[in-house]
Structure formats: structure tokens, C-alpha cells
Design a protein around this ligand. Structure first.
Ligand code: SF4
Length: 326
């Protein structure tokens, strides 16, 4: 999952605010200061986000908290929260807010999660119906403690959302289910419109970045979903120490299995406990990679410093519908 985690031993993590600092022009800039960086060092000027303000932002926040739901936007301290929530774009995170894994880029808390909340699927459907969205992304924490990795809970959530919001396109951003493709089939059988699973980084860095994951396993999950006819999506973070040629190789590999949508974004360090940023990738390089990916045949590519798997996903509704129709 595209998140950062702090290790805690209790399921109840404290609420966090997005890690942002005001910059000269009133925009906000995520603070990536690390041990070897100047204290309070700023990101480059192209990494700017909006501070959370405005009535819609607070309405969305109140609704989420009233229904006792979690979002990756808050749990992972996403720097885009001000912009996204101000236009009612959010990514609900199911199966709790404590993850069984400890990826070194992710700010979601690691620990021993509570059992799945049986009322959660219905509340997810309720909030999405209330918000009247045309497209949304739902994600989850990794639940290696459950025999099915949470697949049955996923399926129930998808079914309830589809029943309440028949016109909304639904993208599910799932974990690797430890490579168990029967769990992938359980999720797909419930009928999501997009099956997303992030490779996050290149093979050489996977073990360091996603401690309990394997690149080949994630690749097989995507391949399996595509063979089952799903519209598939994956994403990478750049700036973790990969080379551009390694990124190009991953792009080629995922295109080979027919993945439809690719996202490329800058890794931003949520705290000093997380991996350092190896490099800020300038916007021109993202654009270069976007054009190369389109050239390789991806139907849709989002690439840019602030791109996250779910960033502007609502704008992908038309391409998703077109892909579903093919
Ligand atoms: S980019 Fe995704 S995770 Fe971040 S605030 Fe927007 S919807 Fe939430």
C-alpha cells in the first residue's frame, strides 16, 4: 500500500496531520528534513501542496470521523490532502488503520490490528453514496494475520458499494495477499472496475523498501488479475535510489503483462524514521517517462512529483469506462 508506517504496539494510533510547511507563495511544502539534511530543509519549489482549508475539506473530514472510517489520506500523511478533500476526492482505507507490515516509506502504523469490523463495508457504501462521487479508490492495510488476507471483507465491501453506488466506478488498491491468487479471485469476483496493486519500486530496492514483500510476487498478482480480464493499474515511487533505466525496465515488464494504468510519483519522506529521499526527480524527467510509457502502449499514465496512486484518480473515470468496454 502507498503509505508510511510508524511502529506501535497498540491498534489505536494517534491522529496525525499532513506533514506540511508553508512556503513563500502560500502553498505548502512537505518537510523532508532527515539526519543528513539541513534541519527544516525544504523540498524543491516544484513540490508544493495546498494547506487543508475550506468548508468542503472539513465536511469530508467530519463525515469520515462520524462514520468511524479511516483514509490513507490521513493515515499515511498524504501531502495532497488539502487539494483532494477540497474536491471530495478521498481514498478510504478498510480493514482498520494498523498494518501488519512495516514498509519503510509508509506512515501507516504497524502493529497487531483488531479483527475486521463487520459494519465497515456498509459504512463505506454509505459515505460514498453521501458524497455522490463518480469514481473513487478504496485501499486497505495489509492483513497478514488473516487467513485470506482480508479478501472476504474486501469482497463484501465491493458488493455493498456497488449496490449503493451503481454508477460510480470503483478502483480497489489491494496488497499482494502473500501471492495467494485465490484471494485475488475473491476480490475480482465482487466486480471492482479497476484492480490496482503497486509495485512501489524497482526489483533491486524492493526488499529494502517493502520489507515483507517481493517484487516477483507482486508482479504475479498483477499478471493474474490481467489474465482474469481486469483493468489493472500499478505505480512506482521515484527518488528512492533507483536509476531511470531500472524504471524503464519495470515499465516494459508491466506493459508486457498488459497493465493499463501507470502512476509515477516522487517519494516524500513522512518522518525521520522513514527512508531518506535519495533524489528529487524534476518534473521534466517525469514528463519524459510519461511519454515513454505512452509510447510503450499504456492507455493511461500519470507522472509527476505529487502523483500518488489515487491522485486525480477521479479524472480517470472516462478512460476506465472505455477500458471496461473494450
Ligand atoms: S492523493 Fe490519494 S491518498 Fe493523497 S489525499 Fe489524494 S486521495 Fe488521499
Amino acid at each position: 500500500m502507498p503509505t508510511d508506517r510508524r511502529s506501535i504496539s497498540s491498534p489505536a494510533g494517534p491522529r496525525k496531520l499532513p506533514v506540511v510547511a508553508a512556503s513563500a507563495d502560500g502553498a505548502a511544502s512537505a518537510d523532508g528534513a532527515g539526519p543528513t539534511e539541513t534541519p527544516r530543509a525544504r523540498h524543491p519549489e516544484w513540490v508544493k501542496t495546498r494547506l487543508p482549508t475550506g468548508a468542503t475539506y472539513f465536511e469530508v473530514r467530519d463525515l469520515i470521523h462520524r462514520l468511524k472510517l479511516h483514509t490513507v489520506c490521513e493515515s499515511a500523511s498524504c501531502p495532497n490532502i488539502g487539494e483532494c478533500w477540497s474536491r471530495r476526492a478521498l481514498t478510504i482505507m478498510i480493514l482498520g488503520n494498523v498494518c501488519t507490515r512495516s514498509c519503510r516509506f509508509c506512515d501507516v502504523a504497524t502493529g497487531r490490528p483488531l479483527p475486521p469490523d463487520q459494519g465497515e463495508p456498509q459504512r463505506v457504501a454509505e459515505i460514498l453514496a453521501d458524497l455522490g462521487l463518480r469514481h473513487t479508490v478504496v485501499t486497505c492495510v495489509d492483513r497478514d494475520d488473516l487467513d485470506d488476507g482480508g479478501a472476504a471483507h474486501w469482497a463484501e465491501t465491493i458488493r455493498q458499494v456497488k449496490a449503493r453506488c451503481p454508477d460510480m466506478t470503483l478502483e480497489v488498491l489491494v496488497g499482494d495477499f502473500k501471492g495467494d491468487v485465490t484471494c485475488v479471485d475473491t476480490v475480482l469476483a465482487a466486480g471492482p472496475d479497476v484492480f490496482a496493486h503497486n509495485l512501489e519500486t524497482v526489483p533491486r530496492l524492493t526488499r529494502e523498501v517493502r520489507v515483507q514483500a517481493r517484487y516477483d510476487r507482486s508482479y504475479r498478482v498483477l499478471d493474474h488479475a490481467k489474465r482474469r480480464g481486469a483493468v489493472t493499474k500499478t505505480g512506482l515511487m521515484l527518488g528512492l535510489g533507483e536509476t531511470l533505466d531500472e524504471v524503464r525496465e519495470v515499465m516494459r515488464q508491466v506493459r508486457e503483462i498488459g497493465a493499463d494504468i501507470l502512476t509515477l510519483g516522487q517519494y516524500l519522506r513522512p518522518s525521520r524514521q522513514h527512508m531518506e529521499i535519495a533524489r528529487y526527480v524534476p518534473p521534466e524527467e517525469f514528463e519524459e517517462l510519461r511519454l515513454e510509457a505512452l509510447e510503450m502502449g499504456f492507455p493511461h499514465v500519470e507522472a509527476g512529483p505529487l502523483v500518488r496512486s489515487s491522485y486525480h484518480a477521479d479524472g480517470q473515470r472516462d478512460i476506465v469506462r472505455e477500458l471496461l468496454g473494450r
